[in-house]
Design a protein around this ligand. Structure first.
Ligand SMILES: [Zn+2]
Length: 388
């Protein structure tokens, strides 16, 4: 193994709480990586020698983005649905079934290639950790297949058999919950780290969601919840009660929901790509931050309601439409995502952290919001390997 010194960094985002400011920013900084980990951070003037030297030319270096919410094992496309929605039709959870039909009909190689393409697309934009859910199979074999394929690309795999009720069970949702908590869980648990449920009108109610999550917990999976996206509901409080790592969407929250998130350990993961792509009102990030909740930002990348893999886009929207400061949005897209995945090795830059680094083609991370839509990736390292 050889060490690499990245020096002449104009602005280094460490997310190190022992340094001043939310982002623990160091100006005129340097970082040393050795193998897959960071071994040194600090002022460039104090940097130790290394085998190789890279001149960052005054640009900003930040932790690779941690995208803690994505649905990437699918086939097909929903361009027509998006086009219709942008022409005035409302979004409902039922559109998921369109992708289910296409995904079931696809071969393993097609699903794997599609997933690889999106992981690579995200990596080119600075995402070095990405979560991936099942949920477009909705049979025992198709859900297990989705997780097997996902596990070859990421450690953060999530069993989402409870995405919507499978079409075969349209008249027997209780029977579908039995399948999801029984035979399907048995087939999927070996390939998954997390269990998730879409707790929403038109998907699964509070009692059904509780059954899905508790069954998953018994099998050693850690819960996370699609909660309070389209309407008020029990999802957020259930997530906090069951110790979920994250409650995702959090668009419609009562004061009690906000208090529960602020007092509990569950991260509030906001997915502005979904509101953007459905012309829906954005979640109130300021209300959550003011209450003391931990906020993460993720893409929710999926073919129906948020077909973006760009964390930079989510940061820009969060700043413009959700009242987050640029620092808060960058923190939520890195350290926040790591918290939402209970990862201590990513989302920050400090000795011992995985060397997941994003060099921006800009002097400051503020440019992620200041220059929306502009490709700003100068280089990306994942586990110490230069990928871009
Ligand atoms: Zn989702």
């Amino acid at each position: 193994m050889s060490s690499t010194l990245i020096t002449n960094i104009g602005s280094l985002v460490t997310n190190d709480p022992s340094r001043p400011g939310l982002l623990g920013t160091v100006e005129r900084a340097a970082v040393v990586i050795d193998g897959s980990v960071v071994t040194w951070t600090g002022a460039a003037a104090d940097a130790p020698a290394a085998d190789q030297r890279i001149d960052a030319e005054g640009r900003a270096l930040l932790p690779g983005f941690v995208d803690s919410h994505a649905h990437l094992v699918f086939a097909g496309d929903r361009t027509a649905e998006f086009n219709a929605r942008m022409s005035g039709q409302a979004y409902t959870a039922g559109g998921i079934r369109t992708t289910v039909a296409a995904t079931r009909a696809a071969g393993d190689a097609e699903l794997d290639a599609n997933l690889a393409r999106f992981v690579a697309e995200a990596l080119r934009q600075g995402t070095t950790t990405i979560e991936c859910k099942s949920g477009y199979g909705l049979t025992v074999a198709d859900e297990a297949r989705a997780l097997r394929i996902a596990a070859a690309h990421t450690a953060e795999t999530t069993y989402l058999g409870a995405h919507v009720v499978a079409p075969e069970y349209a008249d027997d949702p209780a029977g579908y919950v039995d399948l999801v908590t029984g035979e399907m869980l048995d087939a999927c648990a070996p390939h998954a780290r997390w269990v998730d449920v879409f707790c929403e009108t038109g998907a699964f109610d509070g009692d059904q969601a509780r059954a899905v999550l508790t069954a998953g917990i018994k099998r050693g999976l850690i819960p996370r919840v699609h909660a309070n996206q389209l309407s008020y509901g029990p999802g957020v409080q259930l997530a906090v009660e069951l110790g979920a790592a994250s409650a995702d969407h959090c668009t419609h929250l009562t004061d009690a929901d906000v208090s529960a998130l602020a007092e509990g350990e569950t991260v509030a993961t906001l997915l502005p790509g979904a509101e953007f792509s459905t012309r829906a009102p954005y979640p109130d990030a300021r209300r959550l931050l003011a209450a003391g909740a931990t906020v993460a930002l993720s893409t929710d990348c999926n073919p129906g309601s948020s077909f973006t893999s760009s964390m930079a886009f989510c940061i820009a929207v969060a700043v413009r439409e959700m009242g987050m400061t640029p620092d808060e949005a960058v923190h939520a897209a890195t350290a926040g995502g790591a918290r939402a995945l209970r990862r201590t090795d990513v989302g920050h830059i400090a000795p011992g952290a995985r060397a997941d680094l994003l060099l921006l083609d800009a002097p400051s991370p503020v440019h992620l919001a200041y220059r929306p839509g502009v490709p700003l990736t100068a280089a990306v390292w994942r586990a110490g390997v230069r990928e871009v």
